[in-house]
Design a protein around this ligand. Structure first.
Ligand code: GDP
Ligand code: MN
Length: 380
C-alpha cells in the first residue's frame, strides 16, 4: 500500500526526521487560509500516488499570493500519469544546495533489506542508477539484527566530510530504518534529502517522503490501514481486491483470466512471445466461483483497451466445467461480445469442452494454441 507524501511526512516527524513546515489542502479557499501559518517561498506539491510529479509539472514554487493561487489552481485537478490530483501540499520551501538520495527497501537478490544512498539524488536518480551505478551506495541490512551503527556511519562518511552533517545523516537514516522495520514497509525513501544552510550552518531535510507498506503485514498496523486512499488508487484494482482477485492493470489489449500467479506470469510471457501485449495480470485463485468469474470479466472488459480475452485454467481443485459455466453466465450477464479463447485443462475438462461446443468461445487444446488463437483474433 502506497501512502501520500504528506502522510509519510507525518510519520517522519514522529520519528524526529526533519521536514518542512507544511499544510495539506484540497481547495483554493483552504489554501488561502492555510498559508497564513506559512512563509514564502512556498512549494505547491501534487499529492498523487506516483513518482515523477516534479517532471510532470506537479511541483511548483510560489513567491507570493498570486503565484500561489495560480499554482494551486493549475495543480488541483491535474492528471498525472492517469491519476487526478485531489489534494496539494503547501510546504515552506528551502534553498537547496545539493540533493541526496536515501532509501531502505528489500533487495530480492540479496534476500534482505538494503540501505541505498547517493550524493546524486533528485529527479534523475533512475538515470543515475542506470548510467553510473557506482554513484549508488548499497549496504545490506541484516533482517534479524537490523542495521548496525558502523554501517550507517560508513555511508555517512562517503557522502559528507563535515562531521555535523555525517551525524545529521546518521540520525535521519537510523530513524528511517526504524520506520521500515516498525511498520513492515517495503520501501521508505527520501528523494531528495536536501542540503541547505541556516545561519551558516549546514543541515539536511527530507523534502520528499515516500513509504510503501507491505499489504501482507497491514493487519498488524490497523492505524496505518486507515491511511489508505482508495479514491487515489487504480479503481479497477480496488474493485478486484474487493472480489478477492489479484489484478494488476497493464497497457496491452489481451485480457487474461488465469488461475494461479505462476500460470498468470507464464501466460503473459507467452502472449509477449507471440507478439501480443497483455492488458493485465489476473489471478482468480483456487476456487473460482461463477461470481468471481463474472467479476473478473466485468473488470477486464471495463478496460476499453481490451480487444480479446484469453482464459487459461489449469484445473486441480478448480473444476473446468465450473469455470466454463461461470464464463458463459458472465458473458450473458455482462453482455460480452469480445472474442474469447479458453484453454481449460485438468479436472472435468471434457465436461467443460462439451459446454463450450455450441458457444461463441473458441476452445484451445494447449496454452500455446490458446495464445496463438487469441492473437489471431486481433489481426482479423
Ligand atoms: P517528485 O518529483 O514526485 O519526486 O517530487 P519531489 O518532492 O521530489 O519534488 C521534485 C523536485 O522539486 C525536487 O527534486 C526539488 O528539486 C524540488 N523541490 C521540492 N521541494 C522543494 C523545496 O522546498 N525547495 C526547493 N528549492 N525545491 C524543492
Ligand atoms: Mn522526489
Amino acid at each position: 500500500m502506497k501512502i501520500h507524501e504528506y502522510q509519510a511526512k507525518e510519520i517522519y516527524r514522529k520519528y524526529n526526521i526533519p521536514t518542512s513546515k507544511e499544510q495539506i489542502v484540497s481547495s483554493l479557499d483552504e489554501a488561502k487560509s492555510a498559508i497564513k501559518d506559512l512563509t514564502y517561498p512556498i512549494v505547491v506539491k501534487a499529492q498523487v500516488l506516483v513518482g515523477g510529479r516534479g517532471k510532470a509539472g506537479g511541483v511548483k514554487i510560489a513567491r507570493d499570493i498570486n503565484e500561489l493561487e495560480s499554482h494551486v489552481k493549475s495543480i488541483l485537478g491535474m492528471n498525472i500519469k492517469g491519476l487526478i490530483v485531489k489534494k496539494v501540499l503547501l510546504a515552506e520551501a528551502i534553498k537547496i544546495d545539493a540533493e541526496y538520495y536515501v532509501g531502505i527497501t528489500i533487495d530480492r537478490e540479496r534476500q534482505s533489506p538494503v540501505l541505498i544512498a547517493s550524493a546524486s539524488g533528485g529527479m534523475d536518480i533512475e538515470q543515475v542508477a542506470q548510467k553510473s551505478p557506482e554513484k549508488i551506495l548499497t549496504t545490506t541490512i541484516s533482517p534479524l539484527i537490523g542495521i548496525k551503527s558502523y554501517q550507517v556511519r560508513n555511508v555517512g562518511y562517503q557522502l559528507f566530510t563535515d562531521t555535523s552533517l555525517v551525524n545529521n545523516f546518521i540520525s535521519i537514516t537510523s530513524n528511517l530504518t526504524r520506520i521500515f522495520f516498525d511498520l513492515d514497509c517495503s520501501l521508505v525513501e527520501v528523494n531528495p534529502l536536501a542540503l541547505y544552510s541556516v545561519n551558516n550552518e549546514k543541515k539536511l531535510m527530507a523534502v520528499d517522503a515516500k513509504i510503501v507498506l507491505d499489504d501482507n503485514a497491514l493487519f498488524k498496523h490497523p492505524d496505518m490501514a486507515t491511511l489508505r486512499d482508495i479514491e487515489s488508487e487504480e479503481p479497477s484494482e480496488v474493485q478486484a481486491k474487493k472480489a478477492d482477485l489479484s489484478y494488476v492493470k497493464l497497457d496491452g489489449n489481451v485480457g487474461c483470466v488465469v488461475n494461479g500467479a505462476g500460470l498468470a506470469m507464464a501466460t503473459m510471457d507467452l502472449i509477449k512471445r507471440y507478439g501480443g501485449n497483455p492488458a493485465n495480470f489476473l489471478d482468480i485463485g483456487g476456487s473460482s466461483s461463477p461470481e468471481k468469474m463474472r467479476e473478473a470479466m466485468r473488470i477486464l472488459t471495463a478496460d476499453k483497451n481490451v480487444k480479446a480475452v484469453l482464459v487459461n485454467i489449469f484445473g486441480g481443485i478448480t473444476r473446468c466445467d465450473d469455470v466454463a459455466q461461470g464464463l458463459l453466465w458472465a458473458m450473458k450477464e455482462e453482455n460480452i461480445t469480445l472474442p474469447i479463447v479458453a484453454r481449460l485443462v485438468g479436472t472435468n475438462q471434457d465436461k467443460a469442452k462439451a459446454l463450450l461446443v455450441n458457444s461463441p468461445i473458441t476452445f484451445a487444446e494447449t496454452m500455446t494454441d490458446g495464445v496463438k488463437k487469441v492473437i489471431e483474433t486481433l489481426k482479423g
